[in-house]
Ligand binder design. Sequence first.
Ligand SMILES: *[C@@H]1O[C@H](CO)[C@@H](O)[C@H](O)[C@H]1NC(C)=O
Ligand SMILES: *[C@@H]1O[C@H](CO)[C@@H](O)[C@H](O)[C@H]1NC(C)=O
Ligand SMILES: *[C@@H]1O[C@H](CO)[C@@H](O)[C@H](O)[C@H]1NC(C)=O
Ligand SMILES: *[C@@H]1O[C@H](CO)[C@@H](O)[C@H](O)[C@H]1NC(C)=O
Ligand SMILES: *[C@@H]1O[C@H](CO)[C@@H](O)[C@H](O)[C@H]1NC(C)=O
Ligand SMILES: *[C@@H]1O[C@H](CO)[C@@H](O)[C@H](O)[C@H]1NC(C)=O
Ligand SMILES: *[C@@H]1O[C@H](CO)[C@@H](O)[C@H](O)[C@H]1NC(C)=O
Length: 412
Amino acid sequence: MTRIVSSLLLLISAILAVTAQQGKSFTPTILFSTCGSHVIASSEAEIATLAACSTFSGSLTVLGLSAINAVALPALQALTGTIKIASNPHLTTLSLDSLQNSTGTIALFNNTLLSVINVPNIKTLNALEIVTAPSLRQLSLVNVQAISSFKVEDTGLDNSGTLPWSSFQKAMDIGISNNKFLKVIDIPGLNAISGRLVVAANGLMEGKGEGASLHLANLTTVSNCTLRHLTDLQLPSLTTVSSSLSFDETNLKLIQTPHLKSVGQTLSIVSNNNLNNISFSELTFIGGALLIANNTLLTSVNGFGKLKNIAGVLNMRGDFSNISFPDVSSVQGGMSILSSSKDFDCSTLSKVKASARGKTVCQAQVKSAKPTNSNGGDDDTLLNSANVLKLSTQGTVWAAVALLSGLASYAF
Ligand SMILES: *[C@@H]1O[C@H](CO)[C@@H](O)[C@H](O)[C@H]1NC(C)=O
Ligand SMILES: *[C@@H]1O[C@H](CO)[C@@H](O)[C@H](O)[C@H]1NC(C)=O
Ligand SMILES: *[C@@H]1O[C@H](CO)[C@@H](O)[C@H](O)[C@H]1NC(C)=O
Ligand SMILES: *[C@@H]1O[C@H](CO)[C@@H](O)[C@H](O)[C@H]1NC(C)=O
Ligand SMILES: *[C@@H]1O[C@H](CO)[C@@H](O)[C@H](O)[C@H]1NC(C)=O
Ligand SMILES: *[C@@H]1O[C@H](CO)[C@@H](O)[C@H](O)[C@H]1NC(C)=O
Ligand SMILES: *[C@@H]1O[C@H](CO)[C@@H](O)[C@H](O)[C@H]1NC(C)=O
């Protein structure tokens, strides 16, 4: 629709230009309604036709140009349209020196040599998506407090400079994944994420690194939260997760959320090799399943001291010798607890079992319940029952990435 309107505008301005020049000039000049136009640039010169725009409401696409080194829109103060820059093998620099507010989208995909993004005056940002920018080591967004969609994926960002997100306070969706040099993610002022938070596969150099640390000192609420491959985690202020919360394949020894009171959907803790303690001391309500499985060193689970209601299924599998849920009075989705330990005594859970509706299973000395470090597990009905698919590390990463696929895609 906007495309049609803009083409009409183009046509009209062309006709006007021709009419105006009739009689005095021999070459008809086409005057574009430039700052609202849809430009698919084929050269740097063509981008320069937008150089005078202080507001840009159209769309600029710079796609697959091997001649281009830099994209600059020096006068641009407000972006309400879209800038998409993708697959330009020699592009090194994007300069939006005057840009203050963007209610539009800036999407940068697959620019292998892109190393400088200059947005020194940016204050409000709607969507910024940077995917596959291996040469990008730093990104400064020091004055941005609110952002709708922030996605950095497969970049060279490291911790040598100011973190791009350190000023954020509110966000809708944040996705930080596959940044192999990124070891520390610290967003101290971030208070609320109304949509998704996905942090996965950062700090994993050639699949060998340990992962990244994630510190969200002020975060109180998030809707959907997927955390993977972490070495350290601090969520001291988190009180509410309105949708699901998952901790997968981390290197954490302790997973704790000291102020978390409720999780709207599934809480899952799966395949964390070093985990030996879980502490959700204030959690009273889980609106979906509680899934704890394949955590190699986790032998006792007693960090749910105040948990009362599990609206879904209580699903646990591991080498547990001791499990306690002292306050649980309702498990609406049934219960399935399998432990490989011979020390586990199901009768310690008789109260929980009595409060569970539907099918209840509790068994000790179940060989197949023992967590594995290999992919040898064959019995993943439990995992599937909570809609968590068994995936290889690679698969897991892509699953996390897929969560964000609604935010952006390569297709233009
Ligand atoms: C950017 O937004 C701020 C706050 O809404 C406003 O004061 C300022 O004038 C805007 N700047 C431009 C160039 O639109
Ligand atoms: C990435 O960009 C290169 C050119 O630099 C291109 O050959 C390749 O097809 C692009 N990949 C994707 C996934 O778009
Ligand atoms: C975190 O929140 C507290 C209380 O709301 C506030 O005083 C503090 O400045 C915030 N920290 C940061 C880094 O924004
Ligand atoms: C939260 O994430 C899970 C897992 O990806 C997904 O199934 C669910 O639909 C999401 N919920 C919301 C509200 O986005
Ligand atoms: C258990 O977790 C390890 C990694 O911690 C993973 O390699 C293995 O595939 C997982 N096993 C199952 C059955 O999911
Ligand atoms: C588990 O962590 C909690 C919270 O830090 C702590 O209070 C508790 O003592 C720990 N339990 C074990 C067995 O280390
Ligand atoms: C299990 O843990 C509870 C609570 O921490 C403790 O009171 C109990 O003694 C433990 N039981 C066993 C068999 O270790």
